[in-house]
Design a protein around this ligand. Structure first.
Ligand SMILES: Cc1ncc(C[n+]2csc(CCOP(=O)(O)OP(=O)(O)O)c2C)c(N)n1
Ligand code: SF4
Length: 277
């Protein structure tokens, strides 16, 4: 029987929030990996601050509840301290591409062997609907009552340009497809990024729009230019894998196959090194 990764904590997401689909897909993906030989202790999670971050409370996994925008910074530290871990970072669109933009882009640039799951609800949900770097033009919220006049970032082109070696998009209302993407991302060696389109029923209920526009990619695009075109298509929200490349990963460039935690000299040996003349 598949292990239940729930914590029993009271769930405070709004009824109908897309975060539920993401939580279920993550549980299913990790459950399947555990059935196929991984151990729960192989996984570690981190998050930023926002509605997305509450997923930390609902998953019985070890990790660090990060600061706003610092989920990928925390994840990089965890991976470098113990490269044997599969580290998953959960970020919001404001969190990862606003406050934490530089951490996200540099983690991708380094091809850090971690997974970032971006909960893209197109606004700052927890703080009641301010516009985010991914809000569509015209988005009306607390800080843009007349509609946003800014052009949004497109997460997939941004992360592809930054150097992410696995880039995909899922939809919270297609949990089986999302589960497959999460398994593929966790099995990928290198920086894996999944943009999850997620309605925020309270401040940006784009469920009907997304449901009508989503379309599955049939194959992985063979060029970055084609991947960017498809990811930016104004008429469709393509779902699937946009790019998957085998590239050197940061911790191996740094340490080779060593693991600083497991290979750490004991206390007396460290004292000897410290006091050696
Ligand atoms: C440095 C810092 N700035 C601002 C805040 C206040 N704050 C908390 S959550 C949040 C917005 C979260 O939006 P997003 O990351 O898109 O996540 P969502 O709630 O939509 O899942 C803000 C601005 C904070 N906690 N820390
Ligand atoms: S405010 Fe939006 S993102 Fe936050 S729990 Fe409610 S529906 Fe979900």
């Amino acid at each position: 029987m598949m292990r239940d990764l729930g914590t029993g904590k009271e769930n405070t997401w709004c009824t109908g929030c897309g975060n539920f689909g993401i939580l279920n897909a993550v549980k299913k993906a990790i459950g399947e990996l555990v059935e196929n030989g991984s151990k729960l202790s192989d996984f570690a999670i981190t998050c930023g601050i926002g509605c997305h971050g509450k997923i930390f409370d609902y998953l019985a996994l070890s990790g660090i509840y990060g600061l706003h925008g610092r989920g990928t910074a925390t994840a990089q530290g965890m991976k470098l301290a113990n490269p044997a871990l599969k580290v998953i970072s959960f970020g919001g669109d404001g969190d990862s591409l606003g406050e934490g933009l530089e951490h996200t882009l540099f983690a991708a640039k380094r091809n850090m062997d971690i997974t970032l799951i971006l909960h893209n609800n197109g606004n700052y949900g927890l703080t009641t609907g301010q516009f985010s770097p991914l809000s569509e033009p015209g988005y009306k919220g607390l800080s843009t009552p007349l509609g946003s006049i800014e052009k949004p970032f497109r997460a997939i082109p941004l992360l592809l340009e930054a150097g992410a070696s696995f880039v995909a998009r899922g939809f919270s209302a297609r949990p089986d497809h999302l589960t497959e993407l999460i398994i593929a991302a966790l099995n990928h060696k290198g920086f894996s990024f999944i943009e999850v389109m997620q309605p925020c029923v309270s401040y940006n209920n784009n469920y009907a729009y997304l449901n009508q526009k989503v379309k599955l990619l049939e194959v992985i695009p063979t060029t970055q230019a084609h991947a960017i075109d498809l990811a930016s298509d104004p008429d469709h929200v393509y779902l699937g894998v946009f790019s998957r490349k085998n590239l050197p990963v940061y911790h191996e460039l740094l340490y080779g196959s060593a693991n600083p935690q497991k290979d750490r000299p004991d206390y007396l040996h460290r004292q000897d090194i410290l006091h050696a003349k």
